[in-house]
Design a protein around this ligand. Structure first.
Ligand code: NAD
Length: 257
């Protein structure tokens, strides 16, 4: 229970990687705030169930991370945090000429600007307490590109740049900022891409998974939400005190190619 007494906010955490990271942080003893833009009874139940299973305080706070003011209000409503995991993200796949402008704007807002706003709101409290961990969930697409993902690749490269900048601004103050760069993890976000990829590449589901998605991942295996969660817990541990401003790939070798 190395994170006992620490308060964590994980944005976009009622599903997929965010929920997996929240589970791992709670298992390590942290109190957690789950978030998404919905405000359903089941979102709040998800948090109370997670808290009960790990013996920590867990709350759900709704905030639409496409809106800067709501990102900042999330941190305020949580009463600040010691650990901020900027995870909320969406994806859309299309050739750039047909890429809908509203999708471009939404991806930049949710996948990149939300991290800017939440970090700005969380840092004053972290500085006061002399301890903080910011973990940005970027992507292999923060380090490399793929066709048809212009907004996502641009946003995730932006997250890696933001990570380095924040790390430099707070270096030596007990606060670190790093990015985890997952390869493919089979979550609802990835499931949703399969039909679009099938259309763009004119392939069936199994062929898209094998030839398009895992073709880039030399292990030919999806990474798991537990592995991303474990990496986040490591970045919050004393062993990672001097790890800052960098990326950790959890991608089965994708970025080694
Ligand atoms: P997911 O769709 O399962 O989860 C995305 C989360 O973000 C959900 O909880 C969703 O409710 C939330 N969200 C979406 N729009 C929001 C908004 N406007 N306000 C608040 N919350 C919002 O997807 P995932 O695969 O778990 O993705 C999580 C993060 O991991 C994303 O940033 C994604 O880019 C990144 N990532 C995923 C993969 C992968 O293969 N799954 C790989 C690399 C990076």
């Amino acid at each position: 229970m190395t994170l006992k007494g620490k308060r964590a906010i994980v944005t976009g955490s009622n599903s997929g990687i965010g929920l997996g990271v929240a589970e791992s942080l709670a298992a390590a003893g942290a109190d957690v705030v789950l978030n998404s833009f919905t405000d359903r009874a089941e979102d709040h139940e998800l948090a109370s169930d997670l808290g009960a299973r790990h013996g920590v305080t867990a709350r759900y706070i709704a905030a639409d991370m496409s809106k800067g003011a709501e990102c900042r209000a999330l941190v305020e409503k949580a009463g600040g945090c010691d650990i901020l995991v900027n995870n909320a993200g969406i994806q859309f796949v299309s050739p750039i000429e047909e890429f809908p402008v509203e999708k471009w704007d939404a991806i930049l807002a949710i996948d990149l600007s939300s991290a800017f706003h939440a970090t700005a709101a969380a840092l004053p409290g972290m500085k006061e307490r002399g301890w903080g961990r910011i973990v940005n969930i970027a992507s292999a697409h923060g380090l490399t590109a793929s066709p048809f993902k212009s907004a996502y690749v641009a946003a995730k490269h932006g997250v890696v740049g933001l990570t380095k900048t924040v790390a430099l601004e707070v270096a030596g103050q007990g606060i670190t900022c790093n990015a985890i760069c997952p390869g493919y993890v089979l979550t609802p976000l990835v499931e949703a891409q399969i039909p679009e990829q099938m259309k763009v590449h004119r392939m069936d589901r199994e062929t898209v998974i094998r030839e398009v998605m895992l073709q880039r991942q030399p292990s030919r295996q999806f990474a798991t939400v537990e592995q991303i969660g474990g990496t986040a817990v490591f970045l919050c541990s004393p062993a990672a005190d001097q790890i800052t401003g960098t990326t950790i790939s959890v991608d089965g070798g994708w970025t080694a190619l």
